[in-house]
Design a protein around this ligand. Structure first.
Ligand SMILES: [Zn+2]
Length: 349
């Protein structure tokens, strides 16, 4: 079983990814499957890995990406939850099946590391519990977004924030996950939804996803008073921070109502700290870090697939462009600069 894949490889932090051919392992281990990728999303986590926000990376050189769609072309020993030919979502949250060992790829004489799921490569060895089968006729672009953007956004609303009908919510940061936090809030019955971002193009899209009021934090004089004004006299039940900015987290903590919830989705740079007065925490204010919206892939992905097929889930406006793997470095630059408003998908077939 000698097989090659084209991949975008992170060789050094803060440099362009190297696009090259890599060799798949000769034999699949227990619980491993091979997926031929259709699409991969580019998410803030990968930009964080490239920029080294968590500090030193002992796994370099390695592959990247954690949301994608594709089909199973081979299965290793012990695999029972997927079959060859299945259309699957590739996700980073743990689902059903075996947790396999992470694969190693060959690159000339070098070894390339990879996690249990990677998606910036045309063919990938994935752990069984990082793939979930979806209907064959499900749109492959939307399926890729079920790997992270949509499932995280919805999970933040229903699992972390436990939003109730009529709750008012502020969403800080309207990127791929943020837009789905907004969409999730709307689907779950929120009253007022305020979206805050630095880019007008994203704020425009956030209206399509359900935001009633938008605020451009770059041009408004005082963000705190702008949010208060946008809410009129309504209490803020929930604030979701997708930015990871210490100042934003502080603002969220101070503005949410006395027994409201602040959900942290964005992760600050290593060493960046927020200072808060903790007394309100004793009286019911909650500050909670989300881990992927506590999504259960095998439960949530089938639900959201049905919602999509029933026409109740918006995703097209989320995809700002579809590009070949060769363009990945430009795509990442355009995401960081804000030129691209939503999710960029890499087309891998
Ligand atoms: Zn992600």
């Amino acid at each position: 079983m000698s097989q090659y894949a084209k991949a975008a490889i992170l060789v050094r932090q803060n440099t362009d990814l190297v696009i090259d051919e890599i060799k798949l392992p000769d034999k699949l281990g227990v619980g491993q499957v091979i997926v031929k990728l259709d699409y991969s999303g580019i998410c803030g986590s990968q930009i964080g890995e490239i920029k080294g926000v968590k500090g030193h990376d002992p796994y370099l050189p390695h592959l990247l990406g954690h949301e994608g769609s594709g089909s199973i072309t081979a299965i290793g020993p012990g695999v029972t939850t997927v079959r060859i030919g299945d259309k699957v979502v590739l996700h980073w949250r743990k689902g059903n099946g075996i947790e396999a060992k992470p694969p190693k790829y060959g690159w000339g004489k070098k070894i390339i590391n990879a996690g249990l799921v990677t998606t910036f490569n045309t063919h990938a060895v994935i752990s069984e519990n990082r793939v979930t089968t979806v209907p064959r006729d499900l749109d492959s672009k939307a399926a890729a977004l079920f790997g992270c953007a949509i499932t995280t956004g919805f999970g933040v609303i229903v699992n972390d924030a436990e939003l109730k009908i009529g709750d008012n919510i502020v969403v800080l940061g309207a990127g791929g996950v943020g837009l789905n936090v907004i969409q999730g809030a709307k689907l779950a019955g929120a009253n007022k939804i305020v979206a805050v971002d630095l880019f007008d193009n994203r704020l425009e899209i956030s209206k399509k996803f359900g935001a009633n009021v938008t605020i451009n934090a770059k041009i408004c004089k005082d963000l705190k008073s702008s949010i208060v004004a946008a809410m009129a006299d309504l209490n803020i039940d929930i604030i979701v921070d997708n930015t990871g900015s210490p100042e934003m987290i502080k603002i969220a903590y101070e503005l949410v109502k006395s027994n409201g919830k602040v959900i942290l989705v964005g992760v600050p740079k290593k060493g960046a700290e927020t200072s808060i007065y903790t007394l309100p925490l004793h009286f019911g204010k909650k500050l909670h870090g989300s881990e992927g919206g506590s999504t259960s892939p095998e439960v949530d992905i089938p639900k959201y697939s049905s919602l999509l097929q029933a026409g109740k889930l918006e995703y097209n406006a989320l995809i700002s462009s579809v590009r070949p793997l060769d363009d990945v470095n430009d795509a990442i630059r355009d995401m960081v600069s804000g030129k691209e408003s939503g999710r960029i998908l890499l087309k891998l077939d």
